[in-house]
Design a protein around this ligand. Structure first.
Ligand code: PEP
Ligand code: MN
Length: 337
């Protein structure tokens, strides 16, 4: 971290600042110029509050030169993280397909969809049972009963499943039964929940928050990893912008950027990103071309009757066609399906 110290200052103020920095276990490098003084802070600056330093009277500017995330940082872990779930691998050269309905609605529904997406080549089944709905009057998910249906679908198809957790009180239930634990966009900065999930042995699929920067998203991954769980899968699901033709705006540039910044796998959710089933295929192909490690797609056997997110669900035959197109693109980016 580099501080630019104003020319107009009392020596005592500078001495106080240096003493405070040293008390944090850091070393100080001073370079006196004609118009200002540059102070380099050397050591582990992760505990220095840059905003606090910036607010000091004698400080003109603060520049961080290292990222605040460490365990998620590719600088300290150059190889891609590859996470194994059942027969599926997520990260590295692998391209992983997760597919299924927004919500589990009935045994017949989840089993029919699970069989269909498996036949097309999906590796992981998705299905929400604890649903984060904007309205308390909307369908909230089948909860524990829905989880039982996901377990049944796994028994019938062999597909591992991913489902969302909303409350830390369900951690034991999820640890016992769930293959990948999803943190939804709305909980990306529920730091107490993230810390608890860090104690789990199951991989965590961390969706990007509705209006969060890439760095905030990586800091949330850091929360989970700092408690011990290194198996975090990032999921870009669109962010809020001024555009309202789509539900959200897919931040495609986040994919290659994230690959530079972190070793963690990153997948894309084109369904929530656009909110429109007809955009799912083009956004999926673009995401694969941009280097994503996989996709999580909402697939429903009868979207017009879906209890949640019908307009963005594609049908099993559309999913099948999409996979055929992905197979053309993926070799170009060095990925295997
Ligand atoms: C979901 O995947 O069902 C979901 C609610 O997504 P998000 O948290 O991205 O809105
Ligand atoms: Mn949904």
């Amino acid at each position: 971290m580099i501080l630019v110290i104003k020319k107009e200052r009392e020596q005592q103020q500078l001495d106080n600042l240096i003493a405070w920095v040293k008390s944090l276990g850091l070393n100080v490098h001073l370079s006196e110029g004609e118009n200002c003084t540059i102070m380099g802070l050397v050591g582990d600056v992760s505990r220095v509050d840059a905003d606090l330093v910036r607010s000091l009277e004698i400080v003109e500017a603060v520049k961080r030169i290292s990222e605040p995330f460490k365990k998620a940082n590719r600088k300290f872990h150059p190889q891609d993280t590859v996470i194994t779930v059942g027969n599926a691998k997520i990260g590295g050269k692998n391209f992983t397909l997760m597919a299924g309905p927004c919500s589990v609605e009935s045994e017949a529904q989840i089993i029919e969809i699970a069989k269909a997406v498996k036949a097309s080549g999906a590796h992981i089944l998705r299905g929400g049972v604890f649903k984060p709905r904007t309205s308390p009057y909307a369908f909230q998910g089948l909860r524990e009963e829905g989880l039982k249906l996901l377990i049944k679908a796994r028994e019938e198809t062999g597909l591992p499943f991913v489902t969302e957790i909303m409350n830390a009180k369900h951690i034991d239930l999820f640890e016992k039964h769930v293959d990948i634990v999803q943190v939804g966009a709305r909980n990306m900065q529920n730091f107490e929940l993230l810390k608890e999930l860090g104690t789990m042995s199951k991989p965590i699929l961390l969706k990007r928050g509705l209006a969060n920067t890439i760095e905030e998203w990586l800091m949330s991954a850091e929360y989970i990893m700092s408690e011990g769980n290194q198996n975090v899968i990032l999921c870009e699901r669109g962010i809020r912008t001024f555009e309202n033709y789509t539900r959200n705006t897919l931040d495609l540039s986040a994919i290659p950027l994230i690959k530079e910044l972190t070793h963690l796998p990153v997948i894309v959710d084109p369904s929530h990103a656009s909110g429109l089933s007809r955009l799912v295929e083009p956004l999926s192909l673009a995401s694969a071309g941009a280097g994503s490690d996989g996709l999580i797609i909402e697939v429903h056997n009868d979207p017009s009757k879906a209890l949640c997110d019908g307009p963005q669900c594609i049908k099993p035959n559309q999913f099948d066609t999409l996979i055929k197109k992905l197979k053309v693109i993926l070799p170009l980016v060095g990925k295997v399906l």
